[in-house]
Design a protein around this ligand. Structure first.
Ligand code: PBG
Length: 342
């Protein structure tokens, strides 16, 4: 006879021919799958990066980023209207200036390309957050993210003074938020002080807090014409091998007054997104960078994968890891797909 204790013991998952625990029950129909889905994308959590170039009526396709283009300010404003109508949460502008020089003067010019685009966008009064990438690499003739010291390295403290001027001019042109991406020590504090001193106390800072020196920025450097003329960015961007250092960079940016922390690249930084989500209580953003976008776009063009499914899967994974905000070149596409799925 079977002892009572044994008979009332919970059945285990081990029964070889007929399991009791069947996770597949909740995968049976689309309705069940939707009910238990843990991660949902919404257009309002997406930020679309845009490249702005001089001129008018110009849309210049970027070969290494299928579907993306350098836009003149008038067409950039039109594109922002389109994205806003789709419910996309924000846009971030990168500028391609007419001329470059050693200190990236164009980045802080009140009549600069990005400043002009912000003024046009602001005039439309759209319900979309406008963000400026705050850096010099598209504006310096040497392609580095700040003025150079005599030894050819980027002069950190000279870069801080420039970043402060750039952020103030971007705020003056109407940016809701500035996003310093130069990876200079102290850049968030320098920008916060400058913005506050000029009365821009409400301009938020999204800090590229953990930014690795990544091969995945390749297509961007073609798009923004910002490849360094010599050397690389390993003297200021982080070694992709380092995760604890990334956490330290993020903690520093919190202390300096960042409003949002950004991890970049996203897919190779999922561990950092997850750790930041648990350890830090600021909004966490992640940047699905140009190379992440281009890999999917290129494979889709060749018919090697389903571009739409792959893009949604990648961005969903970034959100699942803990990002509440995703910068992605596919923001408009994703917003369109989400609308179609309703
Ligand atoms: C500027 C900047 C870069 C990117 C964002 N801001 C280029 C770089 O650091 O080399 C890369 C974005 C992308 O690859 O999509 N410092």
């Amino acid at each position: 006879m079977t002892p009572a204790t044994e008979a009332s013991a919970p059945r285990t998952v081990q029964a070889a021919d007929s399991p009791t625990v069947r996770p597949r029950r909740l995968r049976r129909t689309p309705a069940l799958r939707a009910l238990v889905r843990e991660t949902r994308l919404h257009p309002s959590m997406l930020i679309a990066p845009l490249f702005v170039r001089p001129g008018s009526g110009i849309r210049e396709p970027i070969e290494s980023m299928p579907g993306q283009a350098r836009l003149s300010p008038d067409l950039a404003a039109e594109e922002v209207s389109r994205l806003s109508a789709l419910g996309v949460g924000g846009i971030m502008l990168f500028g391609l200036p007419e001329t470059k020089d050693p200190i990236g003067t164009g980045a802080s010019a009140d009549d600069g390309i990005v400043q002009e685009a912000f003024r046009r966008i602001r005039a439309l009064e759209l319900p979309i957050v406008t963000i400026a990438d705050t850096c010099m690499c598209e504006y310096t003739d040497h392609g580095h993210c700040g003025p150079l010291a005599a030894d050819g390295s980027v002069d950190n403290d000279a870069a801080l003074r420039r970043l402060a001027e750039i952020a103030v001019s971007q705020a003056r042109a109407g940016a809701d938020m500035v996003a310093p991406s130069a990876m200079m020590d102290g850049q968030v504090a320098a920008i916060r002080n400058a913005l506050d001193a000029e009365g821009f106390t409400q301009t938020a800072i999204m800090a590229y807090a953990a930014k690795h020196a990544s091969a995945f920025y390749g297509p961007f450097r073609e798009a923004a014409d910002s490849a360094p003329a010599f050397g690389d960015r390993r003297g200021y961007q982080m070694d992709p091998a380092n995760g604890r250092e990334a956490m330290r960079e993020m903690a520093l940016d919190v202390a300096e007054g960042a409003d949002i922390l950004l991890v970049k690249p996203a897919l190779s930084g999922l561990d950092l997104i997850a750790a930041a989500h648990v350890r830090l209580d600021l909004p966490i953003a992640a940047y699905q960078v140009s190379g992440e976008y281009a890999m999917i776009a290129a494979a889709a063009e060749r018919g090697w994968l389903d571009g739409r499914r792959a893009m949604l899967e990648a961005v969903t994974a970034i959100v699942r890891a803990g990002a509440g905000i995703v910068l992605t070149y596919a923001a408009g596409d994703i917003a369109t797909w989400l609308r179609d799925e309703r």
